[in-house]
Design a protein around this ligand. Structure first.
Ligand SMILES: [Zn+2]
Length: 226
C-alpha cells in the first residue's frame, strides 16, 4: 500500500515525504546582487507594486560581441533606461550573462517595464544577454535560466507550464526571446528542464542542433574585464 504523502513545514522549508523521498525547496541560484554590480536605482512608486505570477523570458535583442563585461552592460542598461525612457530601474528582474552569471535587476515586488503593450503586473522579467535571432545561447546561460525559473516557480507557486516568452505575452509586437531560445519554449523542452530541476534532478542542458535556417554560432562567452 502506498504511504500517504506527509507535508510538513519545518523552519521555512517545505518537506514532502513521498515515494521519491525527502524533497526540499528548490535552491536559490547564485545571483550577483544589485549592490555588487553598482546599481543606482531610483525610487519606484508604490502604485507599481506587484505579486509575482508569471515568468516572462527575454533576450536583450542586441548581438553580444563580448566588447563589454556583463556588469558594464547591466549598468549601461540601467542608466540608458533612466535617461532615455524614464524607467527608475532596470526593466527586468534578472539578467543572465553568456557565462551563466545571473545579475539582480529590479526588485521582484515591482512590475517590470516594456517597450511593448501587455499587462505588466505580476510578471517576473528574466533577460538573457545576446540576440537569439542571430546567435545561439550558451548552454551555461540556458542552465542558469532553468535554475532561476525553477526557483521562481517554487518560491511563488507558479506553474512551470505558464512560463512564456515575451512574444507570447505581447503577441505580434516582438520576436523576443529570439527563435533559437523560443524553440525550447515551443517544443516543451524548457518546461521539462524546469520540472526536472524542481524534482531535485540536475538536467543535462543539450542545446541540440541548429534550427533549419537558424543561427549556427554560439554567443561569445568570455568578456574582457571592464
Ligand atoms: Zn523581451
Amino acid at each position: 500500500m502506498r504511504a500517504p504523502i506527509v507535508v510538513a513545514v519545518l523552519a521555512g522549508l517545505i518537506v514532502a515525504d513521498d515515494e521519491s523521498g525527502l524533497k526540499a525547496l528548490t535552491a536559490r541560484p547564485e545571483i550577483v546582487a544589485a549592490t555588487e554590480w553598482g546599481s543606482k536605482p531610483q525610487p519606484i512608486p508604490d502604485s507599481r507594486k506587484q505579486t509575482p505570477k508569471f515568468v516572462t523570458i527575454h533576450h536583450a535583442g542586441v548581438v553580444w560581441t563580448a566588447k563589454v563585461a556583463p556588469e558594464v552592460f547591466v549598468r549601461n542598461m540601467q542608466s540608458w533606461g533612466q535617461r532615455d525612457k524614464g524607467w527608475p530601474d532596470l526593466p527586468y528582474h534578472f539578467l543572465i550573462a553568456p557565462d551563466g552569471r545571473i545579475f539582480e535587476g529590479r526588485p521582484l515586488e515591482y512590475e517590470p517595464e516594456s517597450n511593448t503593450k501587455y499587462p505588466l503586473a505580476g510578471n517576473v522579467g528574466v533577460e538573457m544577454m545576446g540576440s537569439f535571432e542571430t546567435q545561439r545561447p550558451d548552454p551555461r546561460q540556458i542552465a542558469s535560466c532553468v535554475k532561476l525559473t525553477a526557483w521562481l516557480c517554487d518560491r511563488f507557486a507558479i506553474d512551470p507550464a505558464t512560463v512564456r516568452g515575451h512574444k507570447d505575452a505581447a503577441s505580434g509586437q516582438t520576436t523576443c526571446p529570439g527563435k533559437d531560445f523560443d524553440r525550447y519554449l515551443k517544443d516543451g523542452q524548457f518546461v521539462r528542464w524546469v520540472r526536472e530541476t524542481l524534482a531535485g534532478e540536475a538536467p543535462a542542458i543539450d542545446p541540440g542542433p541548429p534550427l533549419p535556417g537558424g543561427p549556427t554560432e554560439t554567443i561569445p562567452s568570455t568578456s574582457p574585464a571592464s
